[in-house]
Write a protein of this length. Sequence first.
Length: 274
Amino acid sequence: MVPVLGCITGAVLLLVFAPWVLTMGRWQVRFPRTALTLWFSAFFAGCALMLGAVAAAILVSIGAARVPTAAEAISVTMAAWLSLGAVGAVLAFVSVSAEPLTASQRESVRRLAPVAVARERRPGFTLVWFDSEEPVACAVPGRSAEILVSTGLRRMLSGPQLRAVVAHEYAHLRYRHGWAVRIAEVNALCLPQRVQAGRGLKRATLLLVELMADDAAARQAGAVHLANALSQMAGAGEDMGMALRAERLTLRRWPRGDRRRLPEPIRGLRISRS
């Protein structure tokens, strides 16, 4: 029974206490990718240990018998298939739980379609310019991924600043940040409501994916351009979060201009402020 108890204890520590530990302090703001990688590792390791506990319990029960029977062999086979089914159920739950978010994003695209003034096919996504005075840019993942940019934002920012914003949104699509948010939501749903770690990690994940996209865009398009863009957007919308993100970019060292390289889909992007 020691292996079973060990697996269960390890799973509880990883699934319940790891989120609490990883949300302590402010180091995640400086190293968002490391923080998110550690959490994903803890989450999947906890799931693996939980399945390991089931397998260990079956092996212990078989080992207690002197001569394995056909029924025991069948039970082991069924347990293996049930374990695979449990993994599939978790993945299905992750996908289904994201449906409301995806539906909301698609509904936003549908509402913006009548005011779209231009569409530009790029490798991996479609850039959609829509008519609005609000300085808005967002990424909509999916098979037909889109990056939406308002004409108000186009008029507000310079060409390099706007490319930096598009690079930020493209990072969300390229690195599949939507899946990180989905799994964080599942983690929060699986833990008891009294456990604050799940909800805390969900909030932290939403921030971390934004910081990761900021870092990617800063390396590719220039931290100065992205910081200035965020500052202007923060001033227009009175968004303190964007202002803090802009300040964060000024506190780090970034590659020189001759070492920056925009992703292929953003190179040669035609940007006019008219």
